[in-house]
Design a protein around this ligand. Structure first.
Ligand code: CA
Length: 230
């Protein structure tokens, strides 16, 4: 018997072998699961069941998963993780810009998928009112705009601070270069793709224990960055 309070994950996937694999892994980890193989059924089932999270394949028999994602995002606000064989940067960026919380390419490791699901569900928790975020020896006070590392005040420029605050507000989520440029520098700067790299580098020097092996801001190659505390 599944726990009636278990969170439900809707899997939109037309490959039965993958569905079976996901069913075993998800149910063993205490999630309730449901499956639909087409975009048409996905829209109906998402609306009816209001799942806590959606896993979305992009190659569906009756529609492109990217279009389905855009349609779902008009009203479905819970996490969507794309799980797809499409591994091009362009496809990943498109999915993130269409509103996916995360993206995993097939073949995937089950442990990694479960970790991404936990992270997405954590992010989805209504934000605690506490403006003070603690990540090990790094403390960020979003109300006072003060950052401390090992008790020492970290001096950040206003752009570095804006970038860090954006990361903290989107903890666990992959932020594309375009998104970062738009949010921190403004819509006129989306072509300045060197800015995030330069400023993330500066930020890492100030907040990471070892900037050469960053633990807080990880690079999602060709796509963007993810801020995540262990
Ligand atoms: Ca497919």
């Amino acid at each position: 018997m599944t726990d009636p309070t278990a969170l439900e994950i809707l899997v939109i996937e037309d490959d039965l072998a993958i569905c079976r694999l996901l069913e075993i892994a998800l149910e063993a980890n205490g999630y309730k699961t449901s499956f639909v193989p087409t975009a048409r059924e996905a829209k109906i089932t998402t609306a009816m069941r209001q799942p806590a999270l959606v896993l979305l394949d992009l190659g569906l028999p009756d529609a492109d998963g990217q279009d389905l994602l855009k349609a779902l995002r008009e009203w479905y606000i819970r996490p969507v993780i794309v799980v797809s064989a499409r591994d091009s940067e362009a496809e990943i960026i498109k999915a993130l810009d269409n509103g996916a919380n995360d993206y995993l390419t097939k073949p995937f490791r089950t442990g990694e998928l479960l970790a991404r699901i936990r992270a997405a569900l954590r992010q989805d928790q209504p934000e605690a009112a506490d403006p003070v975020k603690t990540y090990g020896d790094l403390i960020i006070d979003l109300a006072a705009r003060v950052v401390r590392k090992n008790g020492e005040m970290v001096k950040l420029t206003s752009t570095e601070y804006a970038l860090l605050a954006l990361f903290v507000r989107n903890e666990g989520k992959v932020l594309t270069h375009q998104f970062i440029l738009r949010e921190v520098w403004g819509p006129g700067y989306v072509e300045r793709t060197e800015y995030p790299r330069v400023f993330v580098g500066q930020l890492r020097k100030k907040i990471e224990t070892d900037p050469n092996y960053p633990k807080l801001i990880s690079t999602e190659s060709g796509v963007g960055y993810r801020f995540e505390a262990e």
